[in-house]
Design a binder for this molecule. Structure first.
Ligand code: KG4
Ligand code: ZN
Length: 365
């Protein structure tokens, strides 16, 4: 395959069904021609989390519609497509299977090349799609299902410096919101409550900062918020708006501190081999948080590294990132055939030891 390359991407690993068409002119230079996303939040709202069977069924129903819309918005039909990229893991297996089967069907029917993409690689390569940044760069991936610090050396070459050993930060934001009676998704609700709060009122822990390395933990922090909430309720028989705001502010400050310090450590490991233009990039829904983003920007500036945060629509789950990662893989000669299988777990850095835990929003790998 030689560029320009038209790639159809499919994503269905969690609770968003998505299809996108992307034109790659060369690695690091691509244009999104369409990006269609059907979220499933309303289907899962009553259950307090993503229900895998409901998700898989909804993906199977919506994938064809997404593909049709993505092609139409790009002004193409399948004859204009050079290859199909599909998320083949990690994630909720029923959803990943729906996407892989759909992609195989199209590839077989049209004789098109197929490549399976690691969902985390899609997130990790997004700063190349949005800003064309060069390898190697440091990536902090922070979402409802993922939390990893990676050196991205190539489309298939990742070194994981650390990751969460329990909850992902977005999961912790969502749980704290539930504890405090705030709406889902919890991140934006906690952030806006925190704006009116005093972060110093509650002394929340900074988990794992007392230990060396870049691994992170958020589950103890959530428990600390629960205890502080219960203490407030026991004292006054309920929570005032100020209590809620202070709890949110304290929790958010703790998450921001932990992410900034672990990222600072990861930058120190990355910088010696970073080349002339060191870069820190973030991806994932939690990267939308202004306090967290500000902390990371400060860390990058202190180390004279650039900072890239893709627009939110490309930080959260989408198929354009899968099409982009697939395009880089196609250009590197990667191909899958109809034996491509769906993988619930698929670490980006196969050499790193597995991380513990599997979030409500999918495997952390
Ligand atoms: O990347 P994403 O859309 O989905 C996956 O997890 O794959 O991330 C969603 C997560 C949710 O947990 C949500 O609460 C969190 O990102 N989030 C935020 C903010 N906006 C979204 N967390 C903190 N602050 C925010 N402003
Ligand atoms: Zn994701």
């Amino acid at each position: 395959m030689t560029p320009p390359l038209m790639v159809l991407g499919l994503e269905s690993s969690c609770d968003d069904t998505a299809a996108a068409v992307l034109r790659m002119d060369r690695p690091g230079k691509a244009e999104i021609l369409s990006s269609v996303i059907y979220g499933q939040a309303d289907l899962h709202a009553a259950f307090g989390g993503v229900v895998p069977e409901i998700a898989a069924r909804a993906h199977a129903e919506k994938l064809d519609i997404c593909v049709t819309e993505a092609l139409a918005q790009a002004g193409l039909d399948l004859s204009g497509i050079d290859g199909i990229a599909v998320t083949a893991g990690p994630g909720l297996i029923g959803g990943v299977l729906s996407g892989v089967m759909c992609a195989k069907g199209i590839a077989a029917a049209r004789g098109l090349p197929l490549v399976g993409v690691n969902h985390l690689a899609g997130h990790a390569l997004t700063p190349r799609l949005t800003d064309g940044i060069a390898y190697p760069y440091l990536m902090l991936l922070v979402s409802g299902g993922h939390c990893q610090l990676l050196i991205v050396q190539g489309a298939q070459d990742f070194s994981r410096l650390g990751g969460t050993i329990d909850d992902a930060p977005g999961e912790a934001f969502d749980k704290v919101a539930r504890l405090l009676g705030l709406p889902q998704p919890g991140g934006p609700a906690v952030e806006s409550a925190a704006a009116g709060g005093d972060a110093a009122r509650f002394a929340f822990p900074r988990p794992l900062l007392d230990r060396p390395g870049c691994d992170l933990s958020f589950s103890g922090l959530k428990t600390a918020v629960l205890r502080a909430r219960d203490a407030c309720m026991a004292e006054r028989g309920g929570l005032t708006r100020q209590d809620r705001n202070d709890l949110c502010a304290g929790f958010q400050a703790a998450v921001a501190d932990v992410l900034a310090e672990k990222t600072r450590r990861a930058l120190a490991l990355y910088l010696p081999d970073a080349g002339e233009r060191p870069m820190l990039a973030v991806a994932g829904g939690v990267a939308a948080n202004r306090a967290i983003r500000a902390g990371l920007e400060t860390i990058a500036a202190e180390q004279a590294a650039g900072f890239v945060a893709p627009p939110l629509a490309l930080c959260t789950d989408n198929a354009a990132m899968i099409a982009y990662a697939g395009a880089e893989l196609f250009l590197a000669g990667a191909r899958d055939d109809l034996t491509l299988s769906a993988r619930p777990r698929w670490p980006l850095d196969e050499a790193s030891p597995a991380l513990i835990g599997s979030g409500k929003k999918g495997a952390k790998a």
